[in-house]
Write a protein that binds this ligand. Structure first.
Ligand code: YH5
Length: 366
């Protein structure tokens, strides 16, 4: 079932009273808290699929309840509730402030750093450095899913990632996620101490993945992609990319619920760069707050990706850090809970200054 109406929080502003640790109830005038985080929203964009294209209207919060939405399956308060409800902890990590996931590539063709971290020792050292710089989660990936890349065998992927997970598990308290589409890698990574499964195919690539993920008891990051990495950016097609991505993620959340993975263990990610041209990526970035309507924490991974290069005319991924920071801050200002980045120290600095300026206090993230 595809829904015909979607709502997106707008008018998002800093509303936290007191410090992140304080238990004081939030009292917000003129808005509602956004996913239990430090932000609130005061208006809504209502998006409706229509024969001639999506119709978008901006309304005040009060208008939503006054209007008759009778022919729609979900009531206004149900829609709002998904956006408003605080998100539960993720593998023990509270999500009431933005969190940083640091990327640890263990691929010889590592796209963004020229394969500097292709040996386990180097990858472990890199992961520890990112943890020290303030990464809350370390994302270990042994299969390059860069556009155009070939698949990797299960054995090769296991040889790359398992020693790194074991090495990091022994040396850091940071959460460890495994970036894989393969059920066998998920199972072995969980046994080696991984805390989170991160699947760029949202558990669709490997027929066994849904069951293995459910049995692992671990949280799962579900990312949208259109097509396989090899060909995905050749000719992506959408009716409305922002809403099509929402529908896909909503369906995958439903599949997880049916397989016994509760919503409290799910994270949604619109998948920047995965089967999307520049205008698709920009549309998704622009509409990031829509995905709070899925009722789960939202993650963004735009770090050093091609869209940054296209927007800024920068060829080398390592020179795309400032643009990556802008994408991260834009998303965090829309209430996105986790940013997946290569440059942890830089991201942490940007977030600390953003938060201090928003809060008007020095007691921020740093
Ligand atoms: C993601 O967005 N991405 S692997 C091309 C680049 C730079 C980086 C230089 N795994 C995501 O990081 N998992 C990857 O051009 C991911 N979300 C989640 N959840 C691709 C990648 C990259 C690709």
């Amino acid at each position: 079932m595809q829904r015909s109406i979607y709502i997106r929080p707008l008018g998002i502003y800093w509303a936290r009273l007191g410090t992140p640790e304080s238990e004081a109830p939030q009292e917000i005038w003129g808005g509602l808290p956004l996913a239990g985080g430090p932000l609130a929203f005061s208006a809504l964009e209502v998006l409706e699929r229509a024969p001639g294209g999506t119709v978008r209207r901006t309304i005040g919060l009060g208008d939503l309840f006054e209007r008759d939405w009778g022919r729609h399956t979900l009531s206004a308060s149900d829609l709002i509730e998904e956006i408003r409800a605080p998100r539960p902890r993720l593998a023990g990590l509270s999500l009431d402030r933005p969190r940083i996931m640091g990327i640890v590539n263990v691929t010889p063709d590592s796209f963004s750093d020229g394969g500097l971290h292709d040996s386990a020792t180097a990858a472990i050292a890199h992961g520890l450095k990112l943890a020290e710089e303030g990464a809350d989660i370390l994302d270990i990936g042994g299969e390059s899913t860069r556009p155009g890349s070939d698949t990797v065998s299960v054995d090769d992927e296991l040889r790359r990632v398992i020693p790194v997970i074991e090495g990091l598990r022994a040396k850091t308290d940071a959460l460890i996620s495994i970036d894989t589409r393969k059920a066998a890698v998920m199972r072995r990574a969980a046994a080696a101490g991984a805390d989170i499964l991160n699947d760029v195919s949202a558990l669709t690539y490997d027929p066994a993945a849904l069951e293995v993920a459910a049995a692992s008891g671990l949280p799962v990051m579900l990312m949208h992609a259109q097509g396989d990495p090899k060909t995905m950016n050749d000719n992506p097609q959408y009716s409305d990319v922002v809403l099509d991505v929402f529908d896909f993620l909503e369906q995958r959340i439903r599949a997880c619920l049916e397989a016994g993975i509760p919503k409290s263990r799910l994270i949604a990610d619109p998948g920047i760069g995965f089967g999307k041209h520049l205008h698709h990526n920009v549309a998704v970035l622009n509409a990031m707050s829509l995905y709070h309507g899925l009722g789960v924490p939202v993650l963004l991974g735009a770090s050093r990706k091609k869209l940054i290069g296209q927007l800024c005319n920068v060829e080398a991924p390592r020179d795309r850090v400032p643009g990556s920071l802008a994408a991260a801050l834009h998303s965090v200002a829309q209430g996105i809970q986790i940013v997946r980045v290569h440059d942890v120290a830089e991201t942490r600095q940007a977030l600390a200054v953003w938060e201090a300026a928003e809060a008007g206090s020095e007691a921020g993230l740093a």
